[in-house]
Design a protein around this ligand. Sequence first.
Ligand code: IPE
Ligand code: IPE
Ligand code: MG
Length: 250
Amino acid sequence: MTTIDTENSENIPLPQHVAIIMDGNGRWAQLQGKGRVAGHRAGVESVRACVSGARELGVKALTLFAFSSENWLRPQDEVNVLMDLFMFVLTREVKKLHKNNIRFQLIGDKSRFSKKLQQKIVDAEQLTKNNDAMVLSVAANYGGRWDISQATQKIAQLAVDGDINVADIDEHMLNNHINLSHLPDLDLLIRTGGDYRISNFLLWQAAYAEFFFTEMLWPDFNKSAFIDALAMYSNRERRFGKTGEQVKAK
Ligand code: IPE
Ligand code: IPE
Ligand code: MG
């Protein structure tokens, strides 16, 4: 198996922006005869491993799907545990992120979270806002369709206010109002848990991302699995519409 020497990471084409659909917590727990929430708790260790792996390798942006806009449909008990866990982890880990020069941001509709959680998020974003080694974006109450809708709403308002002409609306303008546009384009999208779908994650941003699907359940995904995914990425040929010959000639 190809491996990346973390000491010499400049030698391999490294994705600048990696996103992960962290799936399979419930099944992981059930396989162990435990309740689903045990899987969510165990999954925190995998988050830590990937954040630290990404930071060590020099990935510029890591975006994690923690809670989708559809996950509110789950049993209320599970939703409550997920919110409490988010609050707990944010409180405990933010100092460490700051110490490692990592900027934290939340993407998603924050308005549905408790006031206390919203405040924690603002505090964490504020504390880490000038950090520049890596941007960690956590997607919570996030949906790709919501993201495109909220951008459309902002642009429509600009047009109504007379600040732009309708004819000026193009993909660059839309892109500028979509989350993560200030970061490098999404290079690699990983999904654990064995399903082959995007589940309303980064619909716009994934336009030219490479996809990596693994059967591994999220709590089993560790630093070496993360590095393997990056090694696989380094062997992909990204053509962006061109021919393979054109890309090789470059
Ligand atoms: C992903 O694991 C975590 C969240 C969606 C919050 P799941 O809870 O979806 O685990 P499975 O897919 O049921 O195993
Ligand atoms: C996607 O997982 C959302 C997160 C990982 C946070 P789901 O488990 O909610 O996705 P579906 O419902 O199986 O598509
Ligand atoms: Mg799932």
